[in-house]
Design a protein around this ligand. Structure first.
Ligand code: C5P
Length: 384
């Protein structure tokens, strides 16, 4: 919904062609429909980006001289505004007072980024990157409008309790060293965040130190054994367990209380022992296999596994995935291709989602880890 001024930057025809929708700036079109009331009432979120100094002033004083400001007065949902203007205009006491007024009324005002502005000048006043604004909007939607009815969970996973694991476990060798892997935990966090947005009660057992998603209870763990204990403790009444964590298959057989020295002993002759210590490993429990075994024939909880695969001479990524699904007997297996430069730590993922008992494969991506998470929850919701 552009303002008349916005159309100086991007014209009406462009908006109409890209959105496939009619473009209106005032309240005098389609009057029988009363759009200025309907649009605001029906909105789940109103985002004004960029919000000019003029728009902030009009919104702060409650003016209603075009369609956008009418909508701002009729909306009862969360409102996000991203001011963008030249630094002097942003810092002017009038603009700052308007921002303070809007913030007091519950508008989420996103601070502008600092950097190159429209002219040669640079400083605070730049529109934040779309990804940052998207994240703010997602959080606002997850929080709801704050009214009692909006606080009750809504969505396809409402009333469901889900446990998600994330990150790569760290298996300590001594106080400063561990065996680890390249998993960042981003896919697990995306799964947890998406489940919460869809109304689930979410527990995230995490071996990754990322920021907790809104509405998600995080149980921090470090090792595979700690993760196993935490998952078991959270299992009661769980409808779904998603094992997105990269659990170490092995751990050092012994933990050395003191840092292992490079020269770790002195021989009888007084000469330093320069031999290289061996690190014997023992097998960690397979948490996923334990879950499947423990439910013994029952269909609850739904168990989702992840498989990080690389193709090799003995089979493709998908073939390895199918074999793993058969071996692990979980309900859903999300197979992704991994390698030093693919998937790990990235924001995008490409996966094949396999379901036990069917040959159908759902290919997702390359897409953001949130989109992948959404596709996984669609499949799980179907099973539930
Ligand atoms: O056999 P693989 O390690 O490839 O299987 C991966 C799946 O099994 C993931 O869902 C992972 O979280 C889970 N897993 C586990 N416990 C282990 C190893 C893997 O739960 N010790």
């Amino acid at each position: 919904m552009p303002t008349a001024s916005a159309l100086h930057f991007v014209g009406e025809a462009t908006w109409a062609a890209l959105s496939g929708k009619p473009v209106h700036t005032d309240v005098w079109s389609d009057i029988t429909e009363v759009p200025h009331v309907r649009i605001g009432r029906e909105a789940d979120l109103v985002v004004v980006a960029p919000a000019t100094a003029d728009l902030l002033a009009r919104a702060a004083t409650g003016q209603a001289d075009d369609l956008l400001t009418n909508v701002l007065l009729t909306a009862r949902c969360p409102v996000v505004m991203a001011p963008a203007m030249h630094t002097e205009m942003y810092e002017h006491p009038a603009t700052q007072a308007n921002i303070a007024t809007l913030s007091e009324r519950g508008v989420h005002v996103v601070p502008p980024a600092s950097g190159r502005l429209t002219g040669r000048d640079s400083g605070p006043g730049r529109l934040p990157e779309p990804e940052e604004l998207f994240e703010v909007c997602r959080r606002e939607l997850a929080r709801g409008s704050g009214t009692p009815s909006a606080a009750a969970p809504r969505g396809p996973l409402a009333g469901r309790r889900v446990v998600v694991t994330a990150g790569g476990t760290r298996e300590p060798l001594d106080p400063v060293r561990f065996l680890g892997n390249r998993s960042s935990g981003k896919q697990g966090y995306a799964l947890a965040r998406t489940a919460a947005e869809r109304g689930a009660e979410v527990v995230l057992v995490s071996a990754a130190g990322l920021e907790a998603p809104a509405g998600v209870r995080v149980v921090p763990v470090e090792t595979a054994l700690e993760m196993e204990a935490a998952v078991r403790a959270e299992l009661a009444d769980a409808d779904v367990v998603v094992m997105a964590a990269a659990v170490a298959d092995f751990r050092p057989a012994t933990y050395t209380e003191h840092k292992i020295k490079k020269t770790h002993a002195v021989g009888a002759d007084g000469a330093p022992d320069e031999s290289v210590p061996a690190v014997p490993l023992v097998r960690n429990p397979d948490i996923l296999a334990g879950l499947v075994a423990a439910r013994a024939g029952a269909s609850s909880p739904v168990v989702v596994g992840f498989a990080a695969e690389t193709g090799d001479a003995s089979g493709s990524v998908l073939e390895h995935g199918r074999a793993k699904l058969a071996r692990k007997s979980c309900d859903v297996l999300v197979v992704n291709e991994v390698g030093a430069d693919v998937t790990f730590g990235k924001d995008e993922n490409t996966v094949h989602v396999l379901r036990r008992g069917t040959d159908a494969v759902l290919d997702v991506g390359p897409a953001s880890k949130d989109v992948v998470a959404g596709a996984v929850w669609d499949v799980v919701t179907d099973l539930l």
